[in-house]
Design a binder for this molecule. Sequence first.
Ligand code: NAP
Length: 301
Amino acid sequence: MRIAVTGTGGQVALSLMERAGRLPNVEVFTLGRPELDLARPETIWPALASSRPDLVVSAAAYTAVDRAEDEAELAYRINGTGAGAVAEAATRLGVPIVHLSTDYVFDGSKQDGYHETDTPAPLNVYGASKLAGEIVVAAVAPRHFILRTSWVYSPFGTNFVKTMLRLASERKEIAVVADQLGNPSAALDIADAILRVAVAMGEGAAYGTYHLAGTGTTSWADFARRAFAASRASGGAWAEVRDIKASEFAARAPRPLNTQLSSTKFASTFGWTMPHWQQSLDEVVGRIVRDAASVNAVATL
Ligand SMILES: NC(=O)c1ccc[n+]([C@@H]2O[C@H](COP(=O)([O-])OP(=O)(O)OC[C@H]3O[C@@H](n4cnc5c(N)ncnc54)[C@H](OP(=O)(O)O)[C@@H]3O)[C@@H](O)[C@H]2O)c1
């Protein structure tokens, strides 16, 4: 099976490349800028058509949540129009699409986990542009799996965990928002889940929208605390965490207070549940610390 993934340096794209390497008969390759540029939809069909995939994974996106408030047109062009063009190309090729979306399509006013039947009401431009993408993908690609995930981190690219570890090497105490709740999701676990979908689609798994997030809920502050504990245990940097409210942090984009996602529909359809966030976080942080140590060791040679 040939799986085309959009975005060359994205966390999910690189995780898919790594995880697929363990599987026989699965070839994952990435398509990205400049050959495939979501901001230039005319590049999408030629890039996808010539790659002849059996499945398209639409993982590339405009993901800068705060910057999107000032670049709304670009965010919609990439996450809405661009995502739609990828889905159209998949349909024209006669293959299914897995499209990644976000917990930020919800406003966070619910007290418990969001289900696929809950009504989206994004608070920020990023969430609204991703919702626009979901709508167009579902409209133009009947064979779609829209996977909403949340709080993605990995050893690759930039993410909350890597930012925290970098800050810990510069400061003793870090203020982190403690009143927003969600499910941290390791990109490597998301990759495993997508490969499950790839296998199941041959067995007739139902198309539609699914929530897919790490098991267990936490706040950004406790997420950071756990990352520092894991880093410290591996000999890496750590800092004390001081709880603050989101209102004190004053980020450019408003963020929902609770975006727990219930992943039970995915579990019952595909027979797989993401590992507990603490387990995956410990593994990923251990790897980040080891990678940094080996880079430093090479630098001092
Ligand atoms: N990160 C999160 O916390 C989070 C949470 C919920 C949902 N999601 C969703 O999950 C998916 C994967 O996220 P991620 O964390 O893997 O993303 P990421 O690490 O931020 O990477 C984004 C990818 O999109 C590519 N990209 C951006 N603009 C593009 C354009 N105009 N044309 C082509 N490619 C472009 C980037 O290209 P380059 O490699 O060239 O930079 C990069 O490969 C996205 O759909 C995102 O919305 C993410």
